[in-house]
Design a protein around this ligand. Structure first.
Ligand code: SF4
Ligand code: SF4
Ligand code: SF4
Length: 163
């Protein structure tokens, strides 16, 4: 049976990651992404069963919380977001920014992972991100309205939410 578009999109992200990008250092990332890939591929219905989706969500959240680098975290978030029909930023904000605690959290760019591509700065609605091309960019927290657009646009997993 043909798979649903969101399942095909999630598989595309996982196939690229497991074949080309995962360095394999973290067990949760290495094995978790493979297991997510298996659960999505093996299903003979357009979308995963409730139990499979539960397992996929557990695995994605496990990778998000234990992966050593932003790329692994970002892939897990992207896959769950696609399957849930949300943007990555929407999902992260729902999970990490519950009401009254929102004020205590902030978005931060990891200077090691940042490639200085400027995409986040160009997408920020409040011009809160500054930098020079090919050097790490920085978020001006006073201007940040915590919309998550920068995180959604960074292809390098360089932007994370910190408390
Ligand atoms: S989380 Fe990063 S460091 Fe860990 S296995 Fe995945 S790609 Fe490698
Ligand atoms: S989009 Fe990501 S890699 Fe590009 S400048 Fe912003 S944080 Fe750095
Ligand atoms: S979260 Fe939104 S407002 Fe804050 S730096 Fe990112 S894009 Fe700009």
């Amino acid at each position: 049976m043909e798979k649903a578009p969101e399942v095909l999109s999630a598989l595309k992200i996982l196939d690229k990651f497991t074949s080309d990008q995962c360095c394999g250092k973290c067990i949760s990332c290495r094995e978790g992404t493979r297991q997510m890939q298996y659960l999505l591929s093996a299903s003979d219905t357009p979308t995963p069963s409730g139990l499979d989706m539960h397992m996929i969500t557990l695995l994605g959240n496990l990778i998000d919380h234990t992966a050593r680098c932003g790329l692994g975290k970002s892939i897990a978030r992207q896959v769950l977001a696609v399957l849930e029909g949300k943007s990555e930023a929407e999902r992260v904000i729902e999970e990490y920014l519950p009401g009254p605690y929102q004020e205590l959290l902030f978005f931060q760019i990891d200077p090691v992972l940042c490639k200085g591509c400027s995409k986040c700065a160009r997408s920020c609605p409040t011009n809160a991100i500054h930098g020079v091309i090919k050097q790490p960019y920085v978020i001006e927290h006073d201007k940040c309205i915590k919309c998550g657009t920068c995180m959604m646009n960074c292809k390098f997993g360089a932007i994370a939410i910190k408390d």
